[in-house]
Design a protein around this ligand. Structure first.
Ligand SMILES: Nc1ncnc2c1ncn2[C@@H]1O[C@H](COP(=O)(O)OP(=O)(O)OP(=O)(O)O)[C@@H](O)[C@H]1O
Ligand SMILES: [Mg+2]
Length: 367
């Protein structure tokens, strides 16, 4: 058992080399019991390799993994309280749904009766009781995903590793299944580590996310933290869309930074970020939904005048492309809160407008 205060899973300075190629670079992270933790990153960034080391299919080149207080070095996959669910689901085509689920219990020392009741419990958990005797090809993709999940949970692992669990599903089904996955996690209390390259999926599912790039963990935080407080241009770009401009830090005041941003044609006030110094080159980044558009000059700092070049009406909101005197185009959204159709929009083609953003919405990055 993990000692009090000890994280359930502790990954300490894990690296993995395949020959001269380093697939995982000095990764350290902790996962708490009962958490849904996501590894998010593009193709080839080392997500599956990290999972395989947790499951014991691959030995780290250096570093250690502690699970529930126990050092996993040299512990075989089947001796770990871990189950890995592969992207392909790996169901047996000739076995029924219930046989597939029961397969995971084959080597468990429990009575046939106990096994049957565990399978039943799992069928109920994933709502597949009516499909128990069907074969995998006689059920839908989403149902197959649930069979794989039930099989993974049947052995009651302490840690479930899911590699792109929803990748085979279409968009609508994916969204629904995300909520099912969360509800099953809550009911079982099993700790989940989910690999995904889909940032929306990571945001929906996770308590915390590790954003990875080229074998490294760039940032770990809650969905809100990585979205609102990205620590690098990579994370800011990877999570959601963002507009960024080169900037120079002019002055640090209490809690605020004053920046020169030539693309905006002026100075910007932003929330202070530790570790930046006066005179330093930096990046100013703003989420499109934080950019406001208005006909009249708004109060306060960070207001810039421009001309509407393009606009698109989407029903629930409108998108404006505003050209600034520097020639830079910025995008701003305006929510269509009143029901006036196209006539209710803030501005028209070629109108002079103001775009503005709150100092607290301005993200300053040191690169
Ligand atoms: N057994 C291996 N031998 C050599 N290189 C490997 C091996 N396994 C993985 N790699 C390399 O390590 C890197 C990371 O691979 P990994 O499968 O962990 O990526 P991933 O983040 O899961 O990507 P994807 O999203 O495409 O599944 C890749 O460049 C891959 O080619
Ligand atoms: Mg992978």
């Amino acid at each position: 058992m993990a000692a009090a205060g000890e994280p359930f899973l502790r990954i300490e300075n894990i690296s993995k080399f395949f020959g001269p190629f380093q697939a995982v670079k000095d990764v350290s992270l902790n996962v708490a019991k009962g958490e849904i933790f996501s590894l998010l990153g593009g193709s080839g960034c080392g997500k599956t390799t990290l999972l395989r080391m947790l499951a014991g299919f691959e030995e780290p080149t250096s570093g250690k993994i502690f699970l529930d207080g126990r050092d996993m070095t040299g512990v075989a996959p089947w001796d770990r309280p871990v189950h890995m669910m592969f992207q392909s689901y790996a169901l047996f085509p000739h076995m029924s749904v219930e046989k597939n689920i029961g397969y995971g219990l084959k080597h468990e020392k429990m009575s046939a009766q106990k096994k049957a009741s565990r399978v039943r419990e799992m069928l109920e958990l994933v709502q597949l009781v009516p499909y128990a005797t069907r074969k995998p090809h006689q059920i839908s993709g989403g149902q197959r995903q649930r069979v794989a999940l039930a099989r993974a949970l049947a052995r009651q692992p302490k840690l479930l590793l899911l590699d792109e669990p929803l990748a085979a599903l279409d968009k609508k089904l994916r969204e629904r299944t995300q909520f099912e996955l969360m509800s099953i996690q809550q009911r079982t209390g099993v700790t989940f580590i989910v690999v995904t390259h889909d940032q929306e999926e990571a945001m929906t599912l996770s308590d915390r996310i590790a954003v990875m790039d080229k074998g490294e963990v760039k940032q770990i935080g809650s969905p809100g933290e990585v979205y609102e407080f990205p620590n690098s241009k990579f994370v800011a770009d990877f999570i959601g869309s963002i507009t960024s401009f080169p900037a120079t830090i002019l002055e640090r005041q209490t809690g605020q930074l004053r920046l020169s941003v030539p693309a905006l044609g002026g100075e910007v006030m932003a929330r202070d970020v530790p570790g930046l110094s006066e005179g330093q080159e930096a990046t100013l980044a703003i989420r499109p939904e934080k950019l406001l558009i208005s006909k009249d000059r708004p109060e306060g700092a960070n207001a810039f005048q421009g001309t509407v070049k393009d606009l698109a009406y989407f029903g629930k909101d409108s998108l404006y492309r505003v050209i600034l005197p520097s020639g830079v185009l910025v995008q701003a959204h305006a929510v269509n809160a009143t029901r006036g159709g196209e006539a209710a929009r803030v501005a028209d083609w070629d109108d002079r407008v103001w775009i503005s953003f709150a100092p607290s919405s301005a993200i300053v990055l040191a690169e």
